[in-house]
Design a protein around this ligand. Structure first.
Ligand code: PGA
Length: 253
């Protein structure tokens, strides 16, 4: 059985003071829970500060991206080693990186390999656009993204996969639990099973992402094949994020 995981993707939000306050508040409310892993993913400049703010709790910290390169002349980039010095997780292949920064399946694959080599747990994001879904290509897109992301990856134990349909991200309209379960318990599970075998596949946490709120999370995590959530907007509201975590713990516990 996969662990339950709730990760907060703060995206490019918060000031130093806001990030510190948010982390401190979450440390108080959800800093010492069992049964659900909690991961905060602030912007790069705040990784160290947020890590310090949650030290002594069981909250983990993650980055939202990283370079696939180890070091060198890559102006503006952040290496896997730099990320690994400050935190334990890294979101890779988020649809905003794919759409706005031209991140390809190949680049995501290199980043997944580099993250694992650095000892990080990658949260691999996959998901179709509305046009792809309407064209009946949702499954094929998710399959291609996941197959390529884990190509050559031999250590499934450290992976987390997030299904984030692009049309549900930041829209306030999440997918339905049935639709998400269709993809997650379907093609995603199939790809993991055929790559790693049933045991390792069933131990890989699968997160739903896309307009998750305290109100909508229950329906998703009640699905057996959904182990948690990757939360954007609602992760910036301490009380709501804590509620999402509590609901997930209650349902999965
Ligand atoms: P959202 O973002 O919860 O604001 O839709 C989710 C994500 O992009 O990870």
């Amino acid at each position: 059985m996969a662990r339950a995981v709730v990760a907060g993707n703060w995206k490019m939000n918060t000031s130093v003071a806001e990030a510190r306050a948010l982390a401190a508040e979450l440390r108080e409310s959800i800093g010492h829970m069992e049964g659900v892993d909690r991961v905060l993913c602030p912007p790069f400049p705040y990784l160290g500060m947020v890590r310090d703010a949650v030290t002594g709790s069981t909250i983990a910290v993650g980055a939202q991206n990283m370079s696939q390169h180890e070091k060198g002349a890559f102006t503006g980039e952040v290496s896997p080693g730099m990320v690994a010095e400050l935190c334990t997780h890294v979101i890779l292949g988020h649809s905003e990186r794919r759409a706005l920064y031209g991140e390809t399946d190949e680049a995501v694959n290199l980043k997944v390999e580099a993250a694992l080599k650095a000892g990080l747990t990658p949260i691999i994001c996959v998901g179709e656009t509305l046009a792809q879904r309407e064209a009946g290509a949702a499954e094929a897109v998710v399959e291609r993204q996941l197959v390529k992301a884990i190509d050559g990856v031999e250590t499934p134990g450290a992976l987390i996969v997030a299904y984030e349909p692009v049309w549900a991200i930041g829209t306030g309209v999440p997918a339905t639990p049935d639709l998400a379960a269709d993809i997650m318990g379907g093609v995603i599970q199939r790809v993991l099973e055929s790559t790693y075998g049933a045991t390792a596949a069933s131990a890989t946490p699968l997160l739903y992402g896309g307009s998750v709120t305290a109100d909508s999370v229950r329906g998703f995590v009640e699905q057996e094949c959904i182990h948690g959530a990757l939360v954007g907007g609602a992760s910036l509201r301490a009380e709501e994020f804590a509620e999402i975590v509590r609901t997930t713990a209650e349902v999965k516990g």
